[in-house]
Unconditional design. Structure first.
Length: 275
């Protein structure tokens, strides 16, 4: 049992090293991967800083001049994690292009080690900017240990959801590559209208109604509110609804299970046997 565990750890580390070295092969691309979101975040701080200081006491829902930086920083922390969604797509697309997709599965490596290693490598690549943003956020908006734990739990939920979405994209690459552009369009709209970086009330009324049907809205909104609970408990709790909790639980459990089940079926259907 212990030998099998050590083998899995070694295989996972090998996959992590491979993915990181491939990403760092083009250093300029890796630097841009970090800088682009930081530049966008800086611009967002300027724009919302101007907006909330036009009039004293101006607010959009629970967003105001005292907390907008917190919510922008959290939103862009999530933006860095979005690379997880594209990780499986890139992996399977490259392997499919080089006709080595079957080889990486029939190799003596458990396919779930491959999936786990891919997520961990993306987290390591994003750890520097993500860590800096979160430490700066904690410095500006300190919260107690219990709320830090809840924030970490929310980030774990988001990582699980993004990993599952990424695997579903990877499945499309294997089975129905022609549908990938359409799935990209769906994801663009899901994130655009998820309020990941904006308050809900900045959108027109008709779009606000549509956003309420976007499950990602409840995920990102709950992340903000969990942190804000450590600063203004009353306002934060009053903004959390049962739908926030239910949607997060359903997505965190069902999406990973669905993606793994489909992953297994697709591989069996296409005759690719795992270890």
């Amino acid at each position: 049992m212990f030998k099998k565990f050590r083998k899995i750890v070694r295989q996972t580390i090998a996959i992590i090293e491979k993915n990181i070295l491939l990403e760092l092969r083009v250093k300029s691309q890796f630097i841009l991967r970090i800088l682009n979101p930081l530049i966008q975040m800086f611009l967002m701080v300027i724009i919302f800083g101007t907006l909330f200081n036009i009039k004293k006491g101006y607010h959009l829902g629970y967003w105001n001049a005292n907390n907008y930086i917190l919510f922008i920083f959290l939103g862009f922390s999530v933006q860095f994690l979005k690379s997880i969604i594209n990780s499986y797509r890139i992996l399977f697309a490259l392997e499919k292009y080089w006709k080595t997709l079957s080889a990486i599965i029939v190799a003596p490596t458990h396919r779930f080690v491959l999936l786990l290693g891919t997520i961990i490598s993306e987290l390591i690549l994003d750890s520097l900017p993500l860590g800096i943003i979160l430490i700066l956020t904690l410095f500006l908006y300190p919260i107690s240990l219990i709320y830090i734990f809840l924030v970490i739990l929310m980030f774990f939920v988001i990582i699980c959801i993004f990993g599952a979405l990424g695997l579903l994209l990877g499945i499309l690459i294997i089975s129905r590559e022609g549908l990938v552009p359409y799935s990209d369009l769906v994801f663009r709209f899901l994130f655009l209208f998820s309020c990941i970086n904006y308050p809900l009330l900045i959108f027109p009324q008709i779009l606000q109604v549509a956003i309420y049907f976007n499950p990602l809205y409840y995920v990102f909104d709950l992340l903000r509110l969990v942190w804000y609970m450590g600063i203004n408990f009353t306002v934060a709790v009053s903004s959390i609804t049962p739908i926030h909790i239910i949607v997060n639980i359903i997505l965190a459990i069902s999406l990973p299970i669905l993606s793994i089940v489909l992953f297994e079926k697709i591989y069996k259907k296409y005759g690719i046997k795992g270890y």
